[in-house]
Structures are given as C-alpha cells and as structure tokens.
Design a protein around this ligand. Structure first.
Ligand code: ADP
Ligand code: ZN
Length: 621
C-alpha cells in the first residue's frame, strides 16, 4: 500500500476526497511541520493527525502519541481505528496493570501506530523513559494534542494537566506536533500558542460555520414545558443533548422527560463514575436517547447523529455555547441548536463572575465574554452572522436561524428603559434601600401590591408611568440594561437593582434600545418547519431518496450493524455510518466490487464485512 495521504484516505478510511483544509494539513504534518488546527466540531480533525500517523509509520518514522483528556472515550476511538485496520492502543487508568504492561510492550516493539494517552500520563517518569528510548531509536514520530484549548484558562475546559505538555517541546524538540481544537477565540488561541510554544507552527484556521445547524433562542417562560413541546414537535425519537446548569436541574428535567415518554438519561459529575459511563455508553450505543447533562458531558463525543442540542440555562460565553451546540449534526444533516434564556440567567451569570475568587482582570474578561453572549441572545438580526463574527469571520445572513426565518418584531424600548432607571433612582432616594426587579416593575406598571403599600411607593412620581408596558416587555428591557451594564444586580443584597456608571447615558436618552418583541418559540407563531419535522427532514436527506426495496435493505442493514456493534462493544456508527448503509442499500450490491468505492468502506471493512453485507442485502430482497 502506498503511504501517500490520498491513498490512505481511500484505502484505510474509504473516503474519496479530503475535505476543506485537510489535505494541506496532512501534507504539512507528514513532512514534519508543526501545526495548530482550528476546525469546528464535525469538520474532520481526526484524520488530520491519523493519516500523518499512518503515513509516517509506513515511512519508518515510528509511533504517534495522541494526547487527549477523554479517557472515557479512548476505548471507542481506538476501536474505530481497529475497525479501519489501524494498529492503535490506549494507556489510561481504566486498564489493569497487566493490560497496561502489554500495551507498553507493544509500544516498545513498534507494534502500534497510534497510542492514545491522557496528559497526566505523559509526565510520569516511566512514560518519559519509554518516550526517551523511542526517540533514541528514531521511533517517536509525532505528537498530536487533541482538545488543545484545555491548556488555556481562557478556554472553557481548562485542565491544569495540559500545562505539563510543555515537556513535549522542551524534551522532544525534534518531534513534530499537531495541536487541534474546535474552539478558540483570538485570546484563547494566543494563549495556546504561548503556552505550548507553537509560534513557529503553521496555523490552519477553517471556517467555523456549521450550516446544517439551525440556531434558535427563545425567551424562557416555563423552560421544561417549552423543552417538552420542542422535542415533541420537532424531535420525536431523535437523539439529543439537553444542557442544564446544576446537577439538581439535570435530575429534575431528565425525570420530567421520562414521565412524558422520552428516553432521557441524566449525566453530571455528581453521579457515580460507573453510572456516568453507563449512561454515556447507552447514549452512544442506543438510538434516540436524550442526554440531560451539565457541561461535564460532551467533549469528544463523536456521535454523528445527535439531532438537537438544547440549553435550558445560558452558558458562560459564546465559546461554550458554540462548542456545546456543535455536538449536533456532525453527520452534516439538519440539526437544531435551541436555547431558552431569561432575566434570571443574566443575573446568575453576572453573579457567578462577581462572586468568583478570581482576579479583577480575569473577571473583566469573563464579563466581556458574557456580554457577547447576551448580545447574541438579544439579537434581532442573523444569529449566525454574530456567532461567526465572534470568531473573526464575516458572513451574510444565513437563512437558517430563527431571526432569518422569522424576523422578530422590534420595539423601541428607550423610553421604557428611562422610566425603569428613574424608578430605581427615586426609590433609592425615597427609601434608602434597593428593591428587586419585580417590585420595580410593579411600581412602574402602577400595581398596588402589599409591598407598594408598605413602603408607600404609590406616591413615587413614576408610579403607573409605565402602565402601557407588559411585564414581559419590561423584563426584556431589564435584560438589555443588565446586558449593557446600565443597571447592576446586587447579589449580596437580595438581587436588588442599582444604578451604575452606564445608567446616566440611558437616562439621558442617549442610548437607543431596540428590543425584540417577545416570542416564546415553537409553541406560538407559525410552525417553523412545514409539516416535516427536523427528524424527517434529517432522515429524508439520507433515506427518503431510497425506494421501497432499498428501504427494506436499509432496515436490514441497520439491524445487522446493531448486532455487529454489540459483539464488538462499539457504537454502531463506528462500524458504518447511516449514510454508508443508505448508499449500500441504494446500489443493491451483488459483488464485493460493487461495494468498493462506497464512501465509508475502506479495505479492512470491505474484507471484514463485505460478504455479510452482500448476504444481508440479498436476504432482504
Ligand atoms: P471533528 O473531530 O473535527 O469533530 P471528526 O474527525 O470526528 O470531526 O469527523 C467528523 C465526521 O466526518 C466523521 O464521521 C468522519 O468520518 C467524517 N469525515 C472526516 N473527513 C472526511 C472526508 N474527507 N470525507 C468524508 N468524511 C469525512
Ligand atoms: Zn441567520
């Protein structure tokens, strides 16, 4: 077999062409260059180091060490390589002593093309000795550093162990390195480069666009009910991920979904490790599971057919949001990123920053990042344009986000904002203490509540001055005011509102506030998709084109695949993707020759499964 990258792509992985910048990256690394690769989730990062690893091994340059924080996924990653006929192994704490010893022996014998290891392993004296010896023999070919944003505290997955990776360039300066991540704004990127001394590495920055993902952000009313409606309307029986901020919420939401007949599982760091692993395995191995999780879940999850990612609480920043939503639709088929957010999210996130023990400089950065996300949530124009702009990319309105599909009504909230702020001001003057958002809105709307009576607030000059505004409208105004820092929430004093430096300009009417008129998402307004749900839209792209007999073959192939996956203890998509099965079903193969060239069938899979696939197809006739 040839060691040319294209030959490996075709022979080993069964793909016809490189995608986007893959070829340039692979060639650069095969030739011994360092690389920093920024590519969105689903962009095809794995091949960027796997193909150089194989090519360099074939050229006699030895082993590639893949550094990854994802211990729980290494088994499946290595399993996927075995399926493609590549010799790979992993070293981590899940192995028994004897198993680890066996891997080490194979490593030193040169039997392994790719070794996956966690960063904490790299710095053990034992492992360093082994690397030293491989280096001395000229058999240390390449370091691939996956999820490299973990090295930066500005990234959202900071892992102190990643800092220790400085050993790579210090101790093994002659060994090329490829570092990869799906997330890195300019600040994080600069930090990665500095920490790992990648100044001389070539940077490959792909477009971050994920055109098949539809972004929707709706106002939070009753989050769980909104989620239920969203899933029932658009994602019946689909696999999805629901992110919540707290463990308690995760448990509650998972339970509610289950009570409504949705196959949901909880996942958070408070669950026993075994149970967490079981839930992750079920999500990967079974169809149509909804994982309700904290952000502890998801990094490195390469399940291709996640049809939606929902956020019930707002993440900390756009990187987090983009990384999490990016887990939808890796297969390129239609998928949804859906979020509900409300005033409380804004208040909570602000408070978490304010109360964190971090330095003021750090907090400032975090506030800036939060503001960018608030800007996205409040946006009345294309969400994608804003997302991509955040990553430094210019684009045109996408036609596949809520704002493009149904341009929101906007209203001028400038006057309402002035009235709100002056109420806050006057109340402070009159009572000498602050009050929360609810009370301020009651005063403005002229409601005589117990509290209003108690403090005699109906005598305020702004009492009833905003009677024309609904509470929802005023909440929107408040969110904006908090988002732009024109009002602050004092977490230490029962979330009372107080004026800030930024209030003055708004009070003077110098800051125009255009607000989205309230929409509450799929339950109201016209249906966002014609009759066809996201599910059928997604499925149809692969399957709808099949005629009846091909549908029968497709179903039979899926059943066969499930069996094989179970036997191999791997997720089904590691054996073959849906798209590959659909392509097989469509051509109705009669010989192994017919199967050659089907995307996703490499030489090893053809040899291992070709006959069985032919049998399934003829049997299904
Ligand atoms: P990432 O790690 O960037 O999120 P992956 O490496 O998991 O993405 O690739 C995403 C999907 O795209 C995988 O299922 C992979 O097999 C597929 N893929 C990658 N490169 C190609 C290619 N050149 N042709 C066809 N499919 C590809
Ligand atoms: Zn758009």
């Amino acid at each position: 077999m040839s060691s040319s990258p294209l030959a490996i792509l075709r022979e080993t992985f069964g793909y016809e062409q490189f995608r986007g910048p893959q070829q340039a990256i692979v060639e650069h690394v095969v030739a011994g260059g360092d690389a920093l690769v920024l590519m969105p989730t689903g962009g095809g990062k794995s091949l960027c180091y796997q193909i150089p690893a194989i090519a360099r091994q074939m050229n006699g340059q030895g082993i590639t060490i893949v550094i990854s924080p994802l211990i729980a996924l290494m088994h499946d990653q290595v399993g996927a390589l075995h399926e493609a006929g590549v010799s790979a192994a992993f070293l981590n704490s899940t192995l028994s002593f004897a198993e680890a010893l066996d891997v080490e022996r194979r490593l030193m014998r040169g039997d392994i093309t790719m070794l996956y290891a966690a960063p904490e392993r790299i710095n053990t004296p034992r492992f360093l000795d082994q690397l030293d010896e491989l280096l001395a023999r000229g058999q240390l070919s390449l370091f691939a550093i996956d999820e490299v944003h973990c090295v930066s505290q500005w990234g959202h997955d900071f892992r102190p162990e990643y800092r220790a990776l400085t050993v790579l360039h210090q101790r093994y300066a002659s060994v090329p390195r490829i570092a990869l991540t799906a997330t890195a704004d300019a600040l994080t990127r600069a930090d990665i480069v500095e920490r790992l001394q990648l100044e001389d590495a070539q940077h490959f920055v792909s477009s971050f666009d994920r055109p098949n993902i539809r972004y929707t952000i709706v106002e939070k009313k009753e989050a769980t009910q909104q989620l239920l409606r969203f899933i029932e309307r658009e994602h019946d029986e689909d696999a999805g991920v629901v992110y919540c901020q707290s463990r308690k919420r995760v448990e509650e939401v998972a339970q509610t979904l289950c009570e409504h007949g949705i196959n949901a599982l909880p996942y958070h760091a408070g669950l026993d490790t075994k149970l967490r692993q079981t839930h992750q395995d079920r999500f990967l191995r079974e169809e149509g599971i909804v994982m309700v999780a904290t952000i502890a879940f998801g990094m490195g999850i390469d399940k291709p057919d996640v049809r939606f990612v929902a956020h019930l609480d707002m993440p900390k920043n756009i990187e987090g949001y983009y990384q999490e939503t990016g887990r939808a639709g890796r297969d390129g088929l239609a998928a949804d990123a859906w979020m509900v957010y409300g005033l409380q999210d804004v208040v909570n996130q602000r408070r978490m920053i304010d109360e964190s023990p971090a330095s003021e400089e750090f907090k400032q950065v975090m506030r800036g990042k939060l503001d960018a996300l608030l800007g996205l949530a409040e946006a009345t124009d294309c969400r994608r344009v804003r997302l991509l702009a955040y990553f430094g990319e210019k684009s045109a309105p996408c036609g596949n986000c809520d704002n493009c599909l149904e341009p929101p009504q906007v209203w001028d909230g400038t006057e309402a904002a002035r009235k709100l702020l002056s109420t806050v001001y006057r109340i402070g003057q009159m009572s000498g203490i602050g009050f929360g958002a609810g009370h301020i809105m009651d005063i403005l709307r002229g409601k005589t509540t117990d509290k209003v009576n108690q403090f005699n607030h109906s005598t305020l000059s702004t009492f009833g001055l905003g009677a024309e505004y609904s509470e929802v409208q005023l909440r929107g105004v408040l969110r904006q005011l908090i988002a732009i820092g024109a009002v602050a929430v004092d977490a230490a004093a029962y979330n009372t509102l107080c004026l800030t430096e930024g209030s003055r300009a708004v009070l003077k009417g110098e800051v125009p506030l255009m607000l989205r008129a309230s929409v509450s998402g799929p339950a109201q307004g016209k249906p966002r998709r014609e009759k066809s749900s996201a599910k059928s839209a997604a499925k149809s792209a692969v399957v709808a084109a099949l005629d009846d007999s091909a549908q029968t073959r497709f179903a039979a192939l899926k059943a066969w695949r499930a069996e094989v996956a179970r036997e191999h203890n791997l997720p089904a998509y590691v054996i073959f993707h849906d798209a590959t099965l659909a392509a097989i079903a469509a051509i109705d193969p009669r010989s192994l020759g017919d199967l050659e060239g089907v995307s996703g069938i490499g030489a090893k899979k053809l040899e291992a499964y070709g006959e069985a696939v032919l049998e399934v197809c003829t049997g299904a006739a």
